[in-house]
Design a protein around this ligand. Sequence first.
Ligand SMILES: [Mn+2]
Length: 362
Amino acid sequence: MIIAQNMIEYQMYKKRRNVRNTYLCFMTEAQLYQLSQWLSEPSKMVIIPHKNPDGDAMGSTLAWQNVMHQLGHKATVLAPNPYPTFLNWMPGHPEVVIYEKDEERGNQLIAEADFIFTLDFNTLKRIDILGERVAESKAKKIMIDHHQEPDDYADLMFSEPTIGSTCELVYQILQGLNKNNCINKEVATCIYTGILTDTGSFRFPSVTANTHKAVANLIECGADHSYIHEQIKDTARPDRLKLLGIALQNMVFLNDINAVYIKLSQDELDACHFQKGDAEGFVNYGLSVTGIQIAVLMIEYRHEGVVKFSFRSKGDVAVNTFAKTYFEGGGHINAAGGISKRSLAQTEAYFIESIRAYFSTT
Ligand SMILES: [Mn+2]
């Protein structure tokens, strides 16, 4: 069985090779060979990002789609639900099929697919009902992802949690397949976008010299970094800045554990005509305060009956395990998410109690 074999090979490969270029560890020769075999004949493919796709999810899927087209395949990006408007300039975005809006088309694409690529997530739960369609499908499934503890649904797995973004992983796979010539301006733009957004503009510890080497190559291949930064960072509506003002006003410091949190209620969102993606990046402001190690954003979505959390941290302060323990969440060491089904006031009280219990050193 290919999965088990690959996982064993992968673990052995990691142990055996004390290589300087750690990025080679996640892909064995056998895996690359298998993938290149599957790519050798024209076929039909569906490429799926996670629900509420971010820059890395859209960047990696659109880049992969573009390369697959160049290699003669029929490939469609199928997103579980809409992506935020700050990504609707990306090369290839008009052809993305949104499952939530066009289920029939999505089901048809899945039914006809020879291959299903799942990018930037590693459990079919991340794509809700679409995950059930994928699980039922007879298509070969290929996972390309950088989250911890992948589920065992793929026939071929490229999983590397130490890498900062799925886009960087896609870049390395293209190098492994010897397809650098497929990195045209569009592909370079998509990959650059995902690396940019998933590394906090190249500042997270996951960024390495290899990341910058990749980015140098992407710029040589036509990525216009200045244009991309503008598209991602400088396209806010005035209402979004108003909401940021409220968020900053609402900041509460828990100095005993070097943490800060922001609470936003549904009423506050409504007052600023909240749109998906508006609160993107708000959580990071807390980390800009001297000495702060943990920053948290909690947003009330009253209609869904949930409060959603974003957790960020610095160094070896692990917010993913905290999120998992108290808020049905998870993610990376320094960036995680979670939810609460209590009221906003109850959630806030429970949050303060639990974060103090978890991170207090005394
Ligand atoms: Mn990612």
